[in-house]
Design a protein. Structure first.
Length: 96
């Protein structure tokens, strides 16, 4: 079992053509809610709670935007991996 102070991070890039709009933000928030840890996502626009759809949208992340996923808690590593997988699969949307 991991410590409640375990920290995990990952750098990701928005791949899908339409960026981080409502659907991808909802997928991130739903995924984040499955894990027992704090999860935040940041871009040049700021840092928000990954469970907040509106917060994620305010990051104004367009295709190509670099982002950082940060988590702390028991599930930090699997949480970061699950969210990074969403980004790496372009939220199952088209991309060029």
């Amino acid at each position: 079992m991991t410590s409640p102070n375990t920290i995990a991070t990952a750098k990701v890039r928005v791949l899908n053509e339409n960026g981080l709009h409502a659907r991808p933000s909802a997928l991130i928030a739903q995924t984040a809610k499955k894990f027992d840890c704090e999860i935040e996502i940041s871009s040049a626009e700021g840092r928000v709670n990954a469970r907040s759809i509106m917060g994620l949208i305010t990051l104004c992340a367009f295709q190509g935007t670099e982002m950082q996923i940060w988590a702390r808690g028991h599930d930090a590593q699997p949480a970061v991996q699950a969210i990074a997988d969403l980004f790496n699969n372009a939220f199952d949307e088209a991309y060029k």
